[in-house]
Design a protein around this ligand. Structure first.
Ligand SMILES: Nc1ncnc2c1ncn2[C@@H]1O[C@H](COP(=O)(O)OP(=O)(O)OP(=O)(O)O)[C@@H](O)[C@H]1O
Ligand SMILES: [Mg+2]
Length: 268
C-alpha cells in the first residue's frame, strides 16, 4: 500500500458540546500518513477544539477517534500519554517558558520523556534548532526574540521527540508575510524530510494554497468541504467561496452562531 494511503487519524461521528452549545457536529474524517491537512474556518468555528480532540487533550461527548488504528476514547491515561509522545504540538501562542533559555525550552520534552544523557540531549536540541534556522540562539530568552523566531523555537520543541504527527494551531498568525511564508516553507520542509503527518489550522489563505495536500473548511460545527487545494479553489460552496475570497458580503455574515460575526452584530 502507498504510504500516503495509510490512515493516521480517523474521526467517526465526533460530537463535542461546551455548555450545551454544539461545537463539533458529527464530524467524520480520515487523515493520511505524511499528508499536510489544513483546517480553515472563521474565528470561533471550532478549529482549535477539533485539534484538541484529535490530540487527546479533550474528550468528545460521543464518537470515536482513532490514531494509527487505536481508539483513543476510553484509553487509559498511561496509554494516552504514551501515544502523545509521538505528537508534536505547536500552539496558537508559542507557549515557550519565558524563564528558560531557548535551548532549555527544547530540552524540556527530552528530559520529561527520555532517559538520554545530558550531552546527547544538548546535541539533539542544537540539531533541532539548526533544522528550523535558529542555530546560534541557544542561550537567548524567548523575550529577546521576535514573534517569528519564537514560533521557530516552538517548532524545534515540537520536533524534539521526532514526532509522527504535528498539530499546528495558527503557526503563521501575527507574522509578517515574508516570515509567514518562511514558516510555511519550514512546515513543508519538515513534512517532506521527516515524513511527518501535519495538521495545520490557519486563516491564512496563502498558507492554505502553498502547503496543503488537502484542506477542510469548518463551519457551524460541520466540515462543509474537504478537498485538494485545487478543489477548494474551485468550490461551488458559497461559504467556502466567501471565505477564500475574504469578502465581507455573503452567507457567512448572517448564518453562523459560532463565528465572531455574531458577536459583532450583537455589539454594533
Ligand atoms: N474549554 C472551553 N469551554 C467552553 N467553551 C469553549 C472551550 N473551548 C472552546 N470553547 C468555545 O468553542 C467555540 C470554538 O472555539 P475554538 O477555540 O475551537 O474556535 P477557533 O475556530 O479555534 O477560533 P479562533 O480562530 O478564534 O482561534 C467558541 O465558541 C469557544 O467559546
Ligand atoms: Mg483557535
Amino acid at each position: 500500500m502507498n504510504e500516503k494511503n495509510q490512515v493516521m487519524i480517523s474521526l467517526k461521528n465526533v460530537v463535542k458540546t461546551f455548555d450545551g452549545r454544539l461545537i463539533t457536529d458529527d464530524i467524520s474524517l480520515d487523515i493520511y500518513r505524511g499528508e499536510i491537512f489544513v483546517v480553515m474556518g472563521c474565528s470561533g468555528s471550532g478549529k482549535s477544539t477539533l485539534l484538541r480532540l484529535m490530540n487527546g487533550s479533550i474528550q468528545p461527548d460521543s464518537g470515536d477517534i482513532y490514531i494509527k488504528g487505536k481508539n483513543i476514547i476510553g484509553m487509559s491515561q498511561n496509554e494516552l500519554d504514551e501515544l502523545r509522545k509521538s505528537f508534536g504540538m505547536c500552539f496558537q501562542y508559542s507557549a515557550l517558558l519565558d524563564s528558560l533559555t531557548v535551548e532549555e525550552n527544547i530540552l524540556l520534552p527530552l528530559k520529561e520523556h527520555t532517559n538520554m544523557s545530558q550531552d546527547i540531549m544538548n546535541i539533539i536540541a542544537r540539531m533541532k534548532l539548526s533544522l528550523v534556522g535558529m542555530g546560534g540562539f541557544e542561550n537567548y530568552f524567548p523575550a529577546e526574540l521576535s514573534g517569528g523566531m519564537r514560533k521557530r523555537v516552538a517548532l524545534a520543541r515540537a520536533i524534539a521527540l521526532d514526532p509522527e504527527i504535528i498539530f499546528y494551531d495558527e503557526p503563521t498568525s501575527g507574522l509578517d508575510p515574508v516570515v509567514g511564508a518562511a514558516t510555511d516553507a519550514l512546515i513543508k520542509d519538515l513534512s517532506d524530510k521527516l515524513k511527518i503527518t501535519s495538521i495545520v489550522i490557519t486563516h491564512n489563505m496563502q498558507s492554505v494554497f502553498k502547503i496543503a495536500d488537502r484542506v477542510a473548511m469548518l463551519y457551524d460545527g460541520k466540515l462543509i468541504e474537504v478537498g485538494t487545494p485545487e478543489e477548494i479553489r474551485n468550490s461551488s460552496n458559497e461559504y467556502v467561496r466567501q471565505f477564500i475570497s475574504g469578502d465581507s458580503q455573503g452567507p457567512i455574515n448572517t448564518a453562523s452562531p459560532g463565528t465572531q460575526m455574531d458577536f459583532f452584530k450583537k455589539v454594533f
